[in-house]
Design a protein around this ligand. Structure first.
Ligand SMILES: [Zn+2]
Length: 492
């Protein structure tokens, strides 16, 4: 029993087919939250089964096995076996097998015609070894992820298949719109950064302070509109404290983390859906229970990770009957740091090379800006607050503040581009006048900036400044001296 696929789901299946037919064997499919990833997974599996192929479906945690089997059943795929200890569904003759990385790490993997890696942004060393093993070279591995931005993924996957964005899914109504307020700003002075994100211990200490926690609760009471809410804390202590303070304020609040048992989880989710619990506090990005009707996200977990950020906000973007939008109360400054989730996008997998790292550092073209009247986060370059109508006056201090954050960021990155272009234009100008080649100019450019002027070959010619002229001269003197000393040396 196959359901009618949505246009973007049809498109991604077509693009996957194209990718495989043009010789790719490790395509990564990007399916943003709300894309209907399980539907796409089921379509891939069904396609393979109809050709008599055997499929191995890999999940990154034991706890996801049963959920995955259930979602296949819901799509009408019943011929499913599970590879895992004494699992009741163990049956190696079934054409589709579901297994966790943890189990596969400990045994010889039988032969399959196609391997699907779910939540493929979660990387394991074992995956790299497996994907590069000679005997698996011709077997397609299909990655599925909403956020395939893990560093180095591009060394293992050979194609990135994207057919839509979060912004587009909101526009066409498959995802809920959202509104962000930034009511308070944590002091993260002294919080170290480890492996690209804040050090969890440092961050826990910085965020789990009575005044900050009280402010989170107070803000929700004032602004949360009593919506069904997910609260994201830094660590267990912080999330439990948030739960306790919400409870103390009379808001029935549950708590969940990676250690919560599946049956307790079920009970919690049921009570949340029934409205007995108004909120659930948690740690991490809560990859299960994503189908809940969440209408408010409280973000008390600062992060530098776009993946974590996008996954967290995604928990609030499901559409539901009577839901007009998702309200986001950001106490972590993450939106001010990373931009709105609809502005976060990458066209290529990260293959770990230096150039990409540098580009990845460049922030979205513009960041949202906080309304100084109501704390609403305005989209980039919007002067009048869409929430309260406040517009900063020209002569006030706020205007300066207002203009700066929105405009400085793009200006700065443009400035450095223009500067480099200008520099190459001067070097080309100098080269042309002396009948030097453009290669000479490129080498000088690289001496000065450390990079080749690949992007600036069309830079217009510019009269060199005195600084550039004297720099060129100093390099020539150094060159002649070096040459001279070599000659002198050779003469001895
Ligand atoms: Zn406002």
């Amino acid at each position: 029993m196959s359901r009618v696929l949505r246009p973007h789901q049809v498109r991604i299946i077509e693009r996957l087919r194209e990718s495989l037919s043009t010789g790719h064997r490790r395509p990564m499919l990007q399916a943003p939250t709300g894309f209907g990833k399980t539907v796409v997974a089921a379509a891939i599996v069904q396609g393979a089964l109809s050709k008599g192929k055997r499929v191995l479906f890999v999940v990154p945690a034991l706890s996801l096995i049963d959920q995955t089997v259930r979602s296949f059943w819901a799509e009408g795929i019943r011929d499913v076996g599970v590879i895992q200890g004494n699992h009741p569904m163990t049956d190696s003759t079934r054409p589709i097998q579901v297994a966790s990385i943890q189990t596969l790490q400990r045994r010889a993997i039988p032969r399959f015609d196609i391997v699907v890696i779910d939540e493929a942004h979660r990387w394991f060393e074992m995956l790299g070894v497996w994907m590069q093993a000679e005997e698996w070279a011709t077997v397609p591995f299909v990655g599925l992820s909403a956020t395939p931005w893990t560093r180095g993924l591009g060394k293992f996957y050979d194609d990135l298949v994207q057919v839509t964005t979060t912004a587009e899914l909101i526009e066409v109504g498959y995802l809920s719109p959202f509104r962000v307020y930034a009511p308070s700003h944590p002091d993260l002075t002294g919080v170290r950064t480890v492996a690209g994100d804040y050090h969890e211990g440092d961050l826990g200490k910085a965020m789990n302070k009575p005044a900050l926690v009280a402010d989170v609760v107070e803000t929700w009471l004032r602004r949360g509109e009593n919506r069904p809410t997910f609260i994201f804390g830094v660590d267990r202590a912080h999330a439990k404290n948030l739960q306790a303070q919400f409870e103390a304020a009379g808001v029935p609040t549950g708590y969940i983390d990676a250690y919560t048992k599946p049956d307790e989880r079920e009970v919690l989710f049921r009570r949340f859906t029934a409205g007995e619990l108004r909120a659930i506090a948690s740690v991490g990005c809560l990859t299960t229970g994503v189908d809940l009707d969440v209408r408010c996200i409280v973000l008390a977990r600062p992060t530098k990770s776009e993946m974590l950020f996008v996954q967290i906000i995604g928990r609030g973007l499901r559409t539901a009957e009577g839901k007009s939008d998702c309200l986001i109360l950001d106490h972590s400054d993450t939106h001010l740091r990373l931009g709105l989730v609809t502005d976060i996008h990458h066209d290529a997998l990260d293959d770990g090379r230096q150039r990409q790292k540098q580009e990845a550092k460049a922030r979205p073209e513009a960041l949202p800006k906080k309304c100084s009247s109501c704390a609403f986060l305005k989209p980039p370059k919007v002067a009048k607050c869409p929430a309260c109508g406040f517009k900063a006056e020209k002569q006030s201090d706020i205007q300066c503040d207002d203009g700066e954050l929105v405009e400085m960021t793009p200006k700065r990155s443009q400035a450095s581009t223009t500067e480099k272009e200008l520099l190459f234009g001067q070097l080309k100008h100098f080269a042309r006048r002396r009948n030097y080649s453009e290669g000479w100019a490129a080498h000088k450019f690289r001496e000065l900036t450390g990079v080749w002027p690949d992007r600036y070959h069309n830079a217009p010619l510019v009269e060199p400044t005195p600084f550039i002229l004297s720099w060129i001269k100093s390099r020539q003197i150094a060159y002649i001296k070096a040459k001279g000393s070599t000659h002198a040396h050779a003469a001895q």
